[in-house]
Design a protein around this ligand. Sequence first.
Ligand code: AP5
Length: 219
Amino acid sequence: MKLILLGPPGAGKGTQCKRIADRYEIAHLSSGDILRAERSAGTELGQKAQSYMDSGRLVPDDIIIGMMIGAIKKSPGGYVLDGFPRTVVQAEELDKALVEAGEEITGIVNLQVSNEEISGRLTGRRSCPQCGAVYHIENLKPRVDGICDMDGQALVQRTDDAPEVVADRLKAYHEQTTAVVGYYEGRGKTVIDIDAAGGIEEVTASIFSNLDVLCGQVG
Ligand code: AP5
């Protein structure tokens, strides 16, 4: 299965992509996680991306497209894309690469949630700097406060979860990413809208029931 998960910052894309990847045994390819790993490793790509990410702006398409198409080529067994494509240009370039490889996207899941709900999710988010596991101080607590269940690392708050940066990330989403849904609908792709305002388990159940049907359709 080759899936795209769309949705605003804090909609739960990372949380749900991990569950989708486990259930359908496909790779979870997160553009944000890959960029953060490049930054931690101090690579040239990571350095170029840094100022954009810290200010809540999108990293330029030419940096992102090569990075993500490279990751896709390394995942022949299927994947769920998290945070990519985020502009129509990125979606067009992804399409070109898929056509060249004789492949196509199986389906697109679009998480829908209000700006009000998002701000509480992002201010309460804590992440593991080592393995990328994501928690929430109220909605998804680790077993020991402030410590990752997976590897015992101290959890951190993302710098781009500061309220003023969240406002800019939401602006970038509404100005540049909502058009990606229309792009796929215009090409007759299956776009599954999911109400992501409910709790984590409820949203997972809704996604799985839709994807199980999609899986059955594509065999
Ligand atoms: P990226 O890392 O992709 O961030 P984002 O899209 O803003 O999404 P988030 O990771 O903030 O949220 P999420 O939807 O994954 O939510 P999560 O599951 O963590 O991008 C960061 C930056 O990188 C961008 O700003 C940009 O600069 C750059 N970038 C990345 N991709 C790019 C691209 N393609 N083009 C250009 N630039 C790019 O959940 C959030 C919190 O809520 C967690 O604490 C979680 O526990 C909790 N939660 C989740 N679901 C629920 C629920 N249903 N109920 C209650 N709490 C919930």
